[in-house]
Design a protein around this ligand. Structure first.
Ligand SMILES: Cc1cc2nc3c(=O)[nH]c(=O)nc-3n(C[C@H](O)[C@H](O)[C@H](O)COP(=O)(O)O)c2cc1C
Length: 205
């Protein structure tokens, strides 16, 4: 049996809504045989977190959108990753991202785009959501559609500000998050096996 590969979901959630989205990403990744999903809350920056990230084949970043950007707690994690950046510790790993906020728009894109910059700074390979936009992209769409918020870069979710995390985000947004986890996990498996095949070709040459 090959050793399972690890997909770490590195997220922050102030009030529990983005935590539900993170759990859905983990569920999607764990559904892929040969993949272990490792859910890590980045509000605690300890040895265990950095070790798990070093072992990961893919890291999925997640943050609520606060004031049109990632949360301060998530940004503290981003800045704390500078020594890893200097050592090129995440170079070549896969990266992806998700965010949740109260507005349908709410400037979620800005939070996701900052995660792509983080990934690029670390030399990581960004995996986009890989879904066509749902819902109002065409007149026949429904709010139950996958990717109802129409993002290409990563998974978006929306949680009305007066609903608790037991009621939001919507099931469609959680399904979209599950899709992201599964998509990243499958891509990570392709990367691992592709790298092994390339290494074998190099040895044979
Ligand atoms: C400080 C703060 C700033 C926020 N800024 C935004 C925003 O820019 N756009 C938006 O749509 N919602 C914004 N919200 C709403 C949150 O994104 C929303 O409540 C989200 O579900 C919180 O996720 P969490 O429970 O994981 O913290 C903000 C909330 C807080 C507390």
């Amino acid at each position: 049996m090959p050793v399972p590969i690890s997909v770490v979901i590195a997220y922050h959630s102030g009030y529990g809504h983005t935590a539900r989205q993170a759990a859905a990403v983990a569920e999607g990744a764990a559904a892929v045989p040969g993949v272990l999903a490792d859910l890590r809350d980045v509000s605690t920056l300890d040895e265990g977190l950095w070790a798990a990230l070093a072992e990961a084949e893919a890291i999925v970043f997640g943050s609520p959108t606060y004031m049109g950007a990632t949360s301060a707690v998530f940004q503290r994690f981003v800045e704390a990753s500078a020594p890893v950046w200097a050592a090129r510790g995440w170079q070549g790993k896969l990266a992806a991202g998700f965010t949740n906020s109260a507005g349908v728009n709410g400037n979620k894109d800005n939070a996701l785009l900052s995660m792509t910059v983080l990934a690029a700074q670390h030399g990581m390979n960004w995996v986009p959501l890989g879904l066509m936009p749902g819902w109002i992209y065409s007149s026949g769409g429904s709010p139950e559609d996958l990717n109802r918020l129409g993002s290409f870069v990563g998974a978006m979710a929306q949680s009305p500000s007066d609903l608790g995390p037991e009621e939001a985000p919507t099931e469609a947004d959680l399904r979209t998050a599950r899709h992201l986890g599964e998509h990243v996990a499958r891509t990570a498996l392709q990367f691992v096996h592709g790298r092994q095949a390339a290494d074998a070709l190099a040895v044979a040459a």
